[in-house]
Design a protein around this ligand. Structure first.
Ligand code: CP
Ligand code: NVA
Length: 307
């Protein structure tokens, strides 16, 4: 049995296999072919933070695979009132076939998975957002943009950046990260990614200059400057991040035809200009839709590993 907590624990072949399964499922869905590969199975979904895409994609995906998903907000379950994580894990995993968790500290999901009898999927923690990267890479494959990737991540050194680093380290492409001073990526995660990059040939660089990162890039991506849980810092962040908006001028430094990705929700006029967002909205909303297909691929794959 395997958990899906970060891409660090997966090989390149496994990541590509999950995406292939997701692409096949997407193709079938468009033909109205539904294979009930998770019939009678239940996915428990614990949400300690808000969500639009993650909730809708997992719940819909599970239904389409013949299973059922349970939305468990921490306002409604005893976890939010102090029931230990290990007890919650034992109970939920004795009834559900898989568990998806969106939470704050990554250590919560690690502890939960130690006590869980069924696969645990990370639906976002403060440190990582790996299911989003499955959808992002699937989108690049669909747009034939997965060869010789030079990706530029412009913005906050956050959960999305860390997951880009792990995807890059595993698949072996080039990633340039531009963050303001003081908002760099986690140094331990960077060290781990650089260590993994030695094996794959990936190149990961960091800078405080977004123009250096974007110059010649084939993929440009960003994320909100204020992640969930950081709402009180919003005003300060808007000041610090000025100069980090992905606008037409910044995109003009990238290779012509460069793809723009955004995990959403997007804040136009902050991390991305209205013009850049509108110009690239087709790929961005396809990226959002691919959350559904990529995660169905992941759940089918995890189910197979149970044997
Ligand atoms: N990108 C993403 O995870 O969106 P939600 O927060 O809406 O789930
Ligand atoms: N970095 C953002 C991603 C939202 C999908 C957050 O954690 O809020």
């Amino acid at each position: 049995m395997r958990h899906f907590l970060t891409l660090k624990d997966f090989t390149k072949e496994e990541i590509l296999e999950i995406i292939d399964i997701g692409l096949e499922i997407k193709k079938n869905l468009k033909l109205k072919i539904y294979k009930k590969e998770l019939e009678n199975q239940t996915l428990g979904m614990i949400f300690e933070k808000s969500s639009t895409r993650t909730r809708v994609s997992f719940e819909t995906g599970m239904f389409q695979l013949g299973g059922h998903a349970l939305f468990l907000s921490n306002r409604d379950i005893h976890l939010g009132r102090g029931e230990p994580i290990k007890d919650t894990a034992r109970v939920i995993s004795s009834m559900c076939d898989m568990v998806m968790i969106r939470t704050f500290e990554h250590s919560m999901i690690e502890e939960f998975s130690r006590y869980s009898k069924v696969p645990v999927i990370n639906g976002l923690t403060d440190s990582y957002h790996p299911v989003q990267l499955l959808a992002d890479y699937m989108t690049l494959v669909e747009y034939s943009a997965e060869k010789n990737i030079v990706a530029a991540y412009v913005g906050d050194g956050n959960n999305m950046t860390h997951s880009w680093m792990m995807l890059c380290a595993k698949l072996g492409f080039e990633l340039r990260i531009a963050t303001p001073k003081g908002y760099e990526v986690d140094s331990d995660i960077l060290t781990q990614a650089l260590e993994l990059a030695k094996e794959s040939g990936a190149i990961i660089t960091t800078t405080n200059d977004p123009q250096v990162a974007v110059k010649g890039a084939t993929v440009v991506t960003t994320d909100t400057w204020t992640s969930m849980g950081q709402e009180e810092e919003k005003e300060e962040r808007i000041k610090v991040f000025s100069g980090f908006m992905v606008d037409e001028e910044m995109m003009s430094l990238a290779q012509s035809g460069a793809k723009f990705l955004h995990c959403l929700p997007a804040y136009r006029g902050l991390e991305v200009s209205e013009e850049v967002f509108d110009k690239h909205s087709e790929i961005v909303f396809n990226e959002a839709e691919n959350r559904l297909h990529a995660q169905k691929g992941l759940m089918v794959w995890l189910n197979k590993q149970k044997g």
